[in-house]
Design a protein around this ligand. Structure first.
Ligand SMILES: [Zn+2]
Length: 416
């Protein structure tokens, strides 16, 4: 048994505890309470963190670790297809070791900035057996599938992904899922088959959806720069008939297991489709800013009761900050979101990278909160302020955790 004590403990499923303690046994949380109620025993190790906020590790629901070393390499584009073309050029110059190195760089950044669980889109899944063991992060690796440019048969694309997935060892630390890339880069058949496979094998599912105006225009109106670029590459018969969200619904993809990433452009009936099918929406504030999208429809989604999470996306679509390369830091996303949405309470914003994110991944009660039997994934940041300001501090100041524990194993510990 190990007990971690701190001046403030934020379980998130209950009010903050002053002078609190979290006891850990076999990688799981055994109890959460006040230090006074904790009874020391000789077999317990105590880690006293002093003036710190102790809280659950953050959960990043959308990332592309293998693009991390593309940070700062693509200037903000004139339109969305221009960005896709730029990243395709960049990728054509990269080999396996570039992707592997990039993945590891991203994983180290995410961990050291307080992320303990990460749902990652894997464009180069072959590297997973080699990189997984190099990080302590809890990972949900979602295998990316496209097929429009390669012209590969959808059954072959899916069976290749499923066979890869079945050959990788899984644990509570490492799990797998599927990610058809986007409505415009995949065929309708691949989407239908993937939805069925995810249901059959109980897999998490992620797709970039309604990210750009150009994608919305392509499906809604059957025109625009993305339509013009892709019309010689894919079947466009579904274009001009309805929104990207309606299109995904028609392919049977909308469900509570879906992480719908971005969702910036909605037709009037889309909100109801997302609500009825209990789809999780993942908003990436800094990526949103980089592309200069229309305002994210946060308020209407929130009022409709949609589960909304905040995530980083890849570093290939985040602005440099005063000349500095961006990092995979969820605290940066919290600050970017609160800057645009100052009316939203900091507690609610923090939930979007903890409790909501756990729900989106189907891991409620296990991740994103401190409660008995949850995974012992904890972080702590130095803090000398009042209890009443602690949430405000967390979402506004980009604090640096100096204590990080995953599955009861300490990864980072403050210098004593
Ligand atoms: Zn993405």
């Amino acid at each position: 048994m190990t007990t971690v004590r701190a001046r403030l403990v934020l379980p998130l499923n209950q009010p903050p505890i002053e002078d609190g303690a979290v006891t850990i046994h076999n990688g799981r949380i055994a109890s959460v309470g006040s230090w006074d109620s904790y009874h020391a025993s000789a077999s317990n190790t105590v880690i006293d963190l002093g003036s710190r906020i102790l809280m659950p590790g953050l959960v990043n629901t959308h990332c592309h670790l293998d693009y991390s070393n593309m940070a700062g390499k693509i200037p903000p584009p004139s339109d969305f297809p221009a960005w896709i073309k730029s990243i395709l050029v960049l990728k054509s110059h990269w080999d396996y070791s570039d992707y592997a190195q990039s993945w590891l760089t991203g994983a180290a950044q995410a961990l050291h900035t307080g992320t303990t669980t990460l749902a990652d889109i894997e464009a180069v899944p072959e590297l997973l057996p080699h990189v997984w063991e190099s990080t302590s992060l809890r990972l949900i690796s979602l295998l990316e599938m496209t097929g429009v440019r390669s012209g590969q048969n959808p059954e072959a694309t899916l069976s290749q992904a499923l066979s890869f997935l079945n050959n990788l060892p899984r644990s509570s630390h490492r799990s797998l899922g599927l990610s058809p890339h986007a409505p415009y880069s995949t065929s309708a058949q691949l989407l239908r088959l993937t939805g069925l496979a995810a249901q059959e094998f109980n897999l998490p599912l992620a797709i970039h959806a309604a990210e750009s105006y150009e994608e919305f225009e392509m499906f809604m109106a059957g025109r625009g720069p993305l339509f013009d670029w892709l019309k010689s590459q894919r079947d466009m018969t579904a274009c001009g008939l309805g929104s990207p969200i309606r299109y995904l619904h028609q392919q049977g993809l909308l469900s509570p297991r879906l992480l719908a990433i971005h969702v910036n452009y909605l037709a009037p009936e889309d909100l109801q489709l997302l609500v009825t099918n209990r789809v999780n929406v993942i908003h990436c504030p800094r990526s949103h800013r980089y592309f200069d999208h229309a305002p994210f429809p946060f308020q209407s989604m929130r009022d409709a009761g949609i589960n909304i999470c905040l995530a980083t996306d890849s570093l290939a679509s985040i602005h440099k900050n005063q000349g500095q390369l961006p990092e995979l830091n969820l605290f940066e996303e919290l600050r970017a979101f609160t800057t645009t949405n100052p009316q939203i309470a900091p507690e609610e914003i923090l939930n979007m990278v903890t409790l909501n994110a756990a729900q989106a991944l189907g891991r409620q009660g296990e991740l994103g909160e401190l409660r008995p039997n949850a995974h012992a994934d904890l972080i702590a940041v130095p803090y000398n302020g009042n209890l009443s300001n602690c949430f405000d501090y967390l979402v506004n100041t980009i604090p640096t955790p100096d204590f990080i524990m995953i599955q009861g194993q300490t990864c980072v510990c403050p210098a004593s």
